[in-house]
Design a protein around this ligand. Structure first.
Ligand SMILES: *Cc1c(COP(=O)(O)O)cnc(C)c1O
Length: 470
């Protein structure tokens, strides 16, 4: 299997190269050259446990890895999950199921992709020699999941920038209390956008990027999208046969990575009825699917912070299919969007998608109602998906984070504070973070013992350049 870019000016590349490259050099995102058809495999898949199913699925895509190597990497990726089903499907009532995606090491769905990506990176270092430095910016869950995907892995180092004081204390502890020497949690004196902008500039410098073997961790990596297809398949196989073709997956959505994976799986011959894109008050995708216009707005911080985005980076993959797989049209759309902040589709076909939007004012009430109705505690992201379930179909709500990650919001809503042993254990460990004041003297004073100070200095310089005169 080979991978092409949505913008048509890179590749095709093999799986390992596409994964190592991340963002295609032409600015596009990688997609399989042709989508396989799994419809004939579904009866055979029914008997498989999660890791075995993941292996069967991924081996169709990772054709440049020996089957046994892939099996070992996949097994290792899901061995640390705390639930025997990995992704348990729980029935709440006759028409409603919840797919729990928070039993991985950082208690959010991003572990599904980033555990596997971490193992793929480690494997590449081993067979190709050398090392890899992974850089990323996070507003919370991605950073923690990426760090836990690479924790202590030989040949790798990971640098995660996050806005100081703007991620939850537990999220910060998940990044800064690991005790691993290859993990660098960098608390930026600025916003998530400042951190993101600094990284973007660094990655734009090809020479620096190659010299330091930098790799980006973000939601556009091909391996992340493919790994996420698997839990949709697993859940679909666990539904009673009579409910399968009735099922709509309801997906708390930010960057469109999670729900895109489900939709791609449907394009590969799995008869899923539809998908609901559930946004919080940052509703670019809700507006997209209700009006056909993709228009950027301002990010308003919310109670569901991992969905606080306005540009949904994975949406470009959907656009590619929407315009009949024509890379020239993708390029034109993305250029117009970049220049003007908007794009209106003339004849937008929303197909199997519906959408809902949930404000901060609504989230506590929904958590309360779900608790009363089903005795189930939903985290604030999952609560957005519970806003309005269709009465004429079976809903599978994706629970993207453990409620224990958001104790304050849950306590305010239902009066009890959820806890989780792994989070309690973190509270006993020291926080090791590097504070990056975005000014020049702080940068000069900074001494990094990790041996990768040149990368850090570069990050600092970019940050300080944003606030001249301080
Ligand atoms: C990242 C995240 C989301 C949004 O997922 P996308 O793939 O960006 O749409 C939703 N909920 C939680 C808990 C997350 O961490």
């Amino acid at each position: 299997m080979r991978y092409i870019s949505t913008r048509g000016q890179t590749g095709p590349l093999g799986f390992s190269d596409a994964v190592a490259t991340g963002l295609a050099p032409d600015g596009g995102l990688f997609l399989p050259e042709t989508l396989p058809d799994f419809s004939g495999d579904l009866p055979r898949f029914e008997r498989l446990g999660y890791a075995a199913l993941c292996h069967e699925f991924m081996r169709v895509f990772a054709t440049d890895l020996p089957a046994e190597t892939l099996r070992e990497l996949v097994n290792r990726s899901y061995a640390g999950f705390a639930h025997p089903d990995i992704a348990p499907l729980r029935r709440l009532d006759e028409r409603t199921h919840v797919l729990e995606l928070f039993h991985g090491p950082t208690l959010a769905f991003k572990d599904f992709a980033l555990q596997l990506l971490g193992n793929l990176y480690e494997h590449q270092c081993r067979v190709r020699g050398g090392s890899i430095n992974v850089l990323g910016a996070t507003s919370g869950d991605t950073g923690a999941a990426a760090i836990h995907g690479l924790l202590g892995k030989p040949g790798t180092a990971i640098f995660i920038l996050y806005p100081d004081g703007r991620v939850s204390p537990l999220q910060e502890r998940q990044m800064a209390c690991t005790g691993a020497a290859n993990v660098h949690a960098l608390a930026v004196d600025g916003t998530f956008d400042d951190a993101q902008a600094a990284l973007k500039e660094i990655f734009g410098d090809q020479e620096f990027r190659l010299r330091h073997r930098l790799s980006a961790v973000n939601s556009i990596n091909l391996a992340r999208v493919l790994a996420q297809c698997v839990y949709y398949l697993y859940a679909w196989l666990r539904l009673p046969a009579a409910e399968r073709s009735e099922a709509e997956f309801v997906v708390p959505t930010g960057n469109f990575g999670n729900v895109l994976a489900g939709w791609l799986l449907q394009q590969m011959g799995v008869p899923i009825r539809g998908f609901k894109v559930a946004t919080n008050q940052n509703d670019i995708l809700y507006r997209m699917f209700t009006t056909g216009e993709y228009r950027v707005g301002n990010v308003a911080p919310s109670l569901a912070p991992s969905m606080d985005i306005q540009v949904a980076s994975n949406f470009e993959r959907f656009i590619y299919f929407q315009v009949g797989r024509d890379p020239a049209q993708v390029r034109a759309i993305m250029r117009t969007f970049k220049d003007t902040g908007a794009w209106k589709f003339d004849d937008f076909d929303r197909g199997v998608f519906s959408a809902s939007r949930c404000t901060d004012a609504e989230i506590p009430g929904i958590i309360q109602r779900v608790h009363r109705q089903y005795g189930y505690v939903a985290d604030p992201h999952t609560a957005c998906a519970f806003k309005e379930l269709s009465s004429d179909r079976v809903s599978v709500v994706l629970a993207t984070a453990s409620p224990a990650k958001f104790p304050d919001t849950i306590r305010a809503a239902i009066g009890v504070e959820p806890t989780h042993p792994s989070l309690e254990a973190l509270k006993a460990r020291p926080v090791v973070k590097h504070r990056l004041a975005a000014n020049a003297s702080a940068i000069r004073a900074y001494r990094c013992a990790c041996g990768l100070h040149r990368i850090l200095r570069r990050v600092f310089c970019r940050l300080s350049a944003k606030t001249p005169g301080q």
